[in-house]
Ligand binder design. Structure first.
Ligand code: PMP
Length: 418
């Protein structure tokens, strides 16, 4: 293959994780399928951790990219005005924002999801002049210090040492038995002059926690949270890095709850082709940045603008694609619920085309992932102790591939729980 067979072991740092669970070298990919160097094929229920909602090498996106490169267009434009950027902004406005009645300024904060979160946190602090950020149990927002500070995962935070940035932790929906969509307890804490807590700048929330184990917030809870934010002048940041771009059955994951966040972070599948790209969207009146106040070399990946524009044009012109995502999502959830009815120790949850199969014992989840890999299916685990098998098939997957993958997953689950 052009490298020593032990090069990964010898040279690559131990931080790698997926490659440890999938010890093979992948060579090609198309749609929902990857091929390894030994010729084996793998059905992809991982989809680049949500970065490949339209599958691998989608033909329309691929030819747009090839045409762009073949024509000596701009590859690296930093934050220059380029045709690719202009067309992306136009398409995003016409296809996504305007039909939804949304008005956001678009910022290109850097190449990846955590850059979008950092920019959101910085902006909220600058706008409000306040410091603390409310974050949630089991939240995940990225690996840089600000994003990590609002991430509710002690293992991931351990590598950074403490203290990080000041946060105010809150229980996510369904954290307690029975649901709490009454935030009056929190309002009393805010008003408690004796205790003298600082008013937070913002709340950052995922509508479905992906890395946290596919924990779904109910629409009522999200609306109550949005109301709390509005009444108390706390900015609401929805982190749609993993659940945006159609994953939950609408372009933005918060659409179903009928809320309008002040700030939204987007990345992963926005480039559409697996190319790095991130957006921080915010209410136009929050644009308090001074020119140059938030910069960086890789803001504005022009090849990603091209594939992003093509993806919006191909999939988001009307509701057909989103409706199909919702239909396939129901199919997936029905299959998982049937599996859970036969096995009392597991349960399933999810929304749209993301699902979690929760095992009581993390060792079972690990075994299911391992056995799935051995049988040619890529799935990863999530949750505080990796006890949830997370399913993120490409949104473009065929019914047949989806059913085959779910059947295989049911077989290895049964084998594991036997
Ligand atoms: N926010 C959420 C909700 C995520 O799921 C992730 C990545 N898993 C991030 C932020 C960070 O994105 P990135 O890995 O691209 O920095």
């Amino acid at each position: 293959l052009g490298f020593d067979s032990d090069i990964f072991e010898v040279r690559e740092s131990a931080v790698r994780s997926y490659s440890r669970s999938w010890p093979t070298v992948f060579t090609r990919a198309s749609g929902s399928w990857l091929t390894a160097s030994d010729g084996r094929r793998y059905l992809d229920f991982f989809a680049g951790a949500g970065a490949l909602n339209y599958g691998h090498n989608h033909p329309a996106l691929k030819s747009a990219l090839i045409d762009y490169i073949a024509d000596d267009n701009i590859t690296h434009g930093l934050d220059m005005f380029t045709v690719a950027k202009g067309r992306f902004l136009q398409q995003f406005t016409d296809t996504i924002l305007t039909p939804r009645g949304l008005d956001y300024k678009v910022m290109f904060p850097g190449p990846t999801g955590t850059n979008a979160v950092e920019a959101a946190l910085k902006l909220a602090r600058k706008v409000t002049g306040r410091e603390a950020i409310i974050n949630f149990t089991n939240a995940f927002h990225g690996m840089t210090l600000g994003s990590l500070s609002v991430t509710g995962n002690s293992m991931k935070r351990a590598g950074a040492g403490v203290p990080l940035v000041h946060t105010t932790p809150m229980p996510f929906d369904n954290y307690f038995d029975g649901s709490v969509e009454d935030f009056s307890w929190f309002e009393r804490v805010l008003d408690d002059a004796g205790s003298g807590f600082n008013r937070p700048a913002a709340v950052i929330v995922e509508t479905v926690q992906g890395e946290g184990g596919v924990n779904v917030a109910r629409a009522e809870w999200l609306r109550a949270l949005a109301n709390l934010c509005r009444e108390r002048e706390i900015l609401l940041i929805v982190d749609d890095v993993q659940m945006g771009c159609g994953r939950t059955g609408t372009f933005f994951s918060f659409e179903a709850a009928g809320i309008v966040p002040d700030i939204v972070t987007i990345s992963k599948s926005i480039g559409g082709y697996g190319l790095p790209m991130a957006l921080t969207l915010f209410r136009p009146d929050l644009d308090v940045w001074e020119p140059g106040e938030h910069n960086g070399t890789f803001r504005g990946n022009n090849p990603a603008f091209v594939t992003a524009t093509k993806a919006l044009e191909t999939f988001w012109g009307d509701d057909t694609f989103a409706a199909d995502v919702r239909r396939k999502g129901l199919r997936m959830h029905a299959a998982l619920e049937a599996l859970c009815r036969d096995h009392g120790s597991i349960s399933s949850r999810g929304r749209g085309m993301v699902a979690g199969l929760a095992f009581g014992d993390p060792a079972h989840a690990a075994q299911v992932c391992e056995r799935a890999f051995a049988r040619g299916l890529l799935v990863e685990s999530a949750g505080p102790s990796d006890e949830v098998v997370k399913l993120l098939p490409a949104l473009t997957i065929s019914d047949e591939d989806l059913d085959d993958g779910l059947r295989l997953l049911a077989e290895v689950t049964e084998q594991t729980l036997r």
